[in-house]
Every structure is written in structure tokens, then in C-alpha cells.
Write a protein that binds this ligand. Structure first.
Ligand SMILES: Cc1cc2nc3c(=O)[nH]c(=O)nc-3n(C[C@H](O)[C@H](O)[C@H](O)COP(=O)(O)O)c2cc1C
Length: 251
């Protein structure tokens, strides 16, 4: 067997931002979440939580906190994937030990939340649903935590809008970087990737041109360079520390 229904779903992925008014049946949602809960988890710690948000008023506030991303309002279900050390802190209290709270536990919980979310997205897409991940939950992580009633040691790593795609608004697949600069055999291939990056710029420019969109002169690298030369949420070190993640703790 050279392919599978799962590989087909993964290969057809596109981010969906336009949803119909139709609800997601409870059974469909619970099946997707149950399958997502089978995701692998670091040392079986299960250091994540998922908050299912359907309340239009809460989704509206989340949309504002995410920079007015309308799809958070229009999707029937919003999922907040949280890195969660709260439960593990209880586990340590149960056994009279102090929980390690450092960069590693931050990474463990963030990775666990990310894996569950990715698994949920693939499951949802396999059911014909569309999804968009919302990293902008980290624009104001403190406000998001208050809005969703998060206890200490929990933050929303990213969110996800789920719903039925408006068929005529399903975008064509976005090109990806050439595979030989992202997949390496045995050792990292340190050949200068500049030419491949430029060819990706051209390919993405064609993609946007076909959609009638305004172009940056370097469609991929220009946008990425501009965003990486910015400050990239510098206040989040303090905010996440305030939420109970001791990212900077020295041993
Ligand atoms: C962690 C993460 C956060 C994202 N955050 C947002 C977001 O806040 N808003 C949005 O419209 N898309 C968001 N996206 C979707 C990406 O923009 C999208 O995956 C990327 O442009 C590639 O397009 P494709 O998924 O259609 O191939 C996010 C994706 C990931 C993985």
C-alpha cells in the first residue's frame, strides 16, 4: 500500500476561514475530540486542556483579542488548545513534591497542546470540516486566560475555528517550500537555500496573482523577514511568567 485515506486528507489540507451557519453535530465534535485525545504525549503527562467555546459573546471577545479575526465569530465552534501544568501541579501536591516549573515543562506542555490540536484538525478535515488555527490567542494571553477562566499554570497556546467550509470560498492549496530544503537525509544539508527561497517567492507570487491579491515583491521571504524583524510579542515573557510558567528559571 503506497497511500491511505489519512495521507489523502493530510495532502489535501488547506486552511479554511469561511464557514457556513450550520452547526457541528455534538456526536461529530465529540468523536473528533476523542480521536484527538489519543495523540502521543510527552512522558504520558497529558499536559494540555482543550476549551470548547460556542457562546457567541465569548467568541466575539476572543475575535477582538485576536485582532478582529472575524472567523472566530462566524465559526460554530472555537477550540482553545491550552498548555496545562495546573493538573500536574495537583499531582505533585498529592505526592508532597514540588513541581518542576521551567523551560522544559513549558515546552512539554506547549508541545502536548500542539500535538492534540494538530490531530484534532486532521480528524476534523477527514470529516469534511474546515479549520483555521489561531496563534493570535497569544496577542493578549493574560486577557484570554481571564476570559476563559484559566487557573494558574495554563495558557492558550493557540486556538482553532472549526466549521463547515463555504464551498465556493475554499482557497487553492498554498505552495510549500521546496522539499529538499526542509527534508534532510541523515544530516542537515547546509547548502545555501537562497535560490530555493527565491523560487518559492515566485511560486507564491503566482498563487496570490491567481487570487487577484496584492503582492509583496518577495511574496514569502519579504513578508517573513518583515515579521521577524519586528518585536514578536516581547511582553509575553512577563505575561506567561505571570500565568505561572517559570520559563526563565535557572536550576
Ligand atoms: C500555530 C498556527 C497559528 C496560526 N494562526 C493563524 C491566525 O491567527 N490567523 C489565521 O488566519 N491563520 C493562522 N494560521 C494559519 C496559517 O496562516 C496557515 O496555516 C498558513 O498560511 C499556510 O496556509 P495553509 O494552512 O492553507 O496551507 C496559523 C497556523 C498555525 C500553524
Amino acid at each position: 500500500m503506497e497511500t491511505s485515506s489519512t495521507l489523502n486528507v493530510q495532502s489535501q489540507h488547506v486552511t479554511i476561514r469561511s464557514f457556513t451557519n450550520e452547526d457541528i453535530p455534538e456526536k461529530v465534535l465529540s468523536n473528533i475530540l476523542e480521536a484527538g485525545r489519543r495523540a502521543p504525549t510527552s512522558s504520558n503527562m497529558q499536559a494540555y486542556s482543550v476549551i470548547v467555546v460556542k457562546d457567541p459573546a465569548v467568541k466575539k471577545e476572543l475575535a477582538v483579542l485576536a485582532g478582529n479575526q472575524k472567523q472566530i465569530e462566524t465559526c460554530p465552534v472555537f477550540l482553545a488548545f491550552c498548555a496545562d501544568l495546573h493538573r500536574l501541579n495537583k499531582v505533585c501536591e498529592l505526592h508532597d513534591v514540588e513541581m518542576t516549573n521551567n523551560l522544559e515543562t513549558f515546552l512539554v506542555s506547549t508541545i502536548d497542546a500542539s500535538l492534540v490540536g494538530m490531530s484534532v484538525q486532521t480528524g476534523a478535515e477527514s470529516m469534511g470540516l474546515g479549520a483555521v488555527m489561531i496563534g493570535a490567542m497569544r496577542n493578549h494571553p493574560g486577557d484570554v486566560a481571564r476570559l476563559l477562566g484559566l487557573p494558574p499554570h495554563v495558557y492558550v497556546t493557540y486556538g482553532m475555528c472549526l466549521g463547515w467550509p463555504v464551498k465556493q470560498n475554499i482557497p487553492p492549496q498554498k505552495p510549500r517550500l521546496p522539499k529538499d530544503i526542509v527534508i534532510h537525509n541523515e544530516q542537515y544539508n547546509q547548502t545555501d537555500p537562497t535560490d530555493k527561497i527565491k523560487s518559492h517567492d515566485d511560486e507564491l507570487a503566482q498563487h496570490y496573482l491567481a487570487l487577484g491579491k496584492n503582492l509583496h515583491s518577495a511574496a514569502w521571504s519579504g513578508v517573513i523577514a518583515r515579521s521577524l524583524s519586528g518585536t514578536m510579542r516581547p511582553e509575553n515573557l512577563n505575561i506567561l511568567t505571570g500565568l505561572g510558567f517559570n520559563i526563565c528559571q535557572k536550576p
